[in-house]
Design a protein around this ligand. Structure first.
Ligand SMILES: NC(=O)c1ccc[n+]([C@@H]2O[C@H](COP(=O)([O-])OP(=O)(O)OC[C@H]3O[C@@H](n4cnc5c(N)ncnc54)[C@H](OP(=O)(O)O)[C@@H]3O)[C@@H](O)[C@H]2O)c1
Length: 387
């Protein structure tokens, strides 16, 4: 993330004609009328943007109302949470009404969780794949959170009670992730991992973003992706892929974005910014003659992915075998990335993609995990409301 704090000014105008159908459960796949027209040069999703022209913003029509929030004087000592005490399948997940509300360290805030999202790392961790570096059981799962600050630690400088925030609560996804995660009424999080929630998105949408958008951004940066380059995104309809397409096209200034999905999701890929949507049920992406500067593999397609890259190009592997010239990384949570992407969420150039089967109620977390584990989710699986 060396380029994370670079601050090249973005002065090229942004012209915007957003369509808010991506935010609507009913119309998720009818979003082909969503069009963006712009030209800009940028090589980082975290450069400070100067939006130099007026633009129109269309907010979601389905804003999730914030939960009624306790103040620091009325925070209970115990809370409802999902928890597991042994590794295994969804059957180890238990609903518990008597989990202690986490204590807040000096650099942390306590969040009343309004919405949380699931990530594949949640179920891989629950299956015990990262036992060696996991925090001790029992575990309250959940990395992604959106909610309201109800208490601040002594050294917290930038946040106060009542702030609406979002973030990925575990700085290192696999090395000692938090024992008390976001699938709970309250969660304690370091200030540096959080950002204020953009006003134009609701809590459900905000919860859908942190881990996936930070992964998308970090992978693009590590691959050396920059304006004018082409990219092939494998798994374009998933939580990470749907954001890689958007960041590559609308933030980094890709010359061409290609992406793969099954037949029913091709229109979604195009609405997000893909110039070429490849139906993997009908076509082998590695057989098309065109090669790409970067291949971003969110599926784990190893050798095939490496065949699609240009000589001298780069392949990001999020999962599965790493094949030259590819590399793998594990995302680092960082609130600065969210802060710097917030303008793109405020102006609608980057849109959260919430799976239309959700949001799942808090009582339906087992169903939500079962669905995510089919590997067929579209965008993010979100849990809301949380009591
Ligand atoms: N290293 C890291 O830091 C990091 C960070 C985040 C995620 N990850 C990993 O990256 C992977 C993706 O994460 P995610 O959150 O994006 O998962 P996800 O949202 O669960 O991905 C589901 C999507 O994958 C698509 N898909 C499945 N097989 C496909 C194929 N053969 N070709 C194209 N698309 C396919 C599905 O589309 P169809 O229904 O159309 O098939 C579905 O929309 C996971 O293994 C996750 O653990 C790693």
């Amino acid at each position: 993330m060396e380029t994370l704090l670079s601050s090249t000014k973005l002065t090229t105008p942004l012209h915007l004609q957003p369509h808010n159908s991506l935010f609507s459960r009913e119309t998720l796949f009818n979003s082909s009328s969503f069009r963006l027209k712009f030209s800009r040069k940028s090589n980082s999703c975290v450069q400070k943007g100067t939006l130099s022209r007026a633009f129109r913003v269309f907010a979601s029509s389905s804003q999730a109302a914030p939960a009624e929030v306790s103040t620091s004087s009325s925070i209970p000592s115990s809370m409802k949470a999902w928890v597991y005490s042994e590794y295994g399948g969804v059957e180890v997940l238990k609903f518990d009404e008597n989990i202690s509300v986490p204590q807040v360290k000096d650099d942390q805030v306590l969040i009343k969780v309004v919405a949380a999202a699931l990530n594949p790392v949640d179920f891989k961790r629950r299956l015990g794949k990262f036992k060696a570096t996991d925090s001790p059981l029992p575990t309250v799962p959940g990395y992604d959170v959106a909610g309201v600050v109800v208490k601040v630690g002594n050294q917290v400088k930038g946040l106060k009670e009542g702030d609406e925030v979002y973030g990925d609560i575990s700085e290192k996804a696999l090395e000692g992730p938090k024992q008390f995660g976001s699938l709970a009424e309250y969660t304690a999080v370091e200030e540096k991992l959080l950002a204020l929630k953009p006003k134009k998105i609701d809590f459900i949408q905000a919860a859908s973003l942190p881990l996936a958008i930070e992964t998308a951004c970090e992978g693009l940066e590590r691959s050396g992706f920059s304006a004018g380059k082409s990219i092939l995104v494998l798994g374009g309809a998933g939580g990470v892929g749907s954001l890689v397409i958007q960041l590559a096209k609308h933030v980094f200034g890709a010359s061409k974005v290609a992406a793969t999905s099954s037949t029913g999701k091709l229109e979604l890929l195009k609405s997000l910014g893909a110039d070429l949507a490849i139906d993997y049920t009908k076509e082998n992406f590695e057989d098309i003659p065109e090669k790409f500067d970067v291949v971003y593999d969110a599926v784990g397609q190893g050798e095939k992915a490496a065949k699609a890259v240009k000589e001298g190009g780069s392949v990001v592997f999020l999962t599965g075998a790493v094949v030259p010239p590819g590399f793998r990384f594990v995302v680092t949570s960082n609130g600065e990335v969210l802060k710097k992407l917030n303008p793109y969420l405020e102006n609608g150039k980057v849109k959260p993609v919430v799976d239309p089967k959700g949001p799942f109620e808090f009582s339906k977390v087992v169903e939500a995990f079962s669905y995510l584990e089919t590997n067929r989710a579209t965008g993010k699986v979100v849990i809301h409301p949380i009591p």
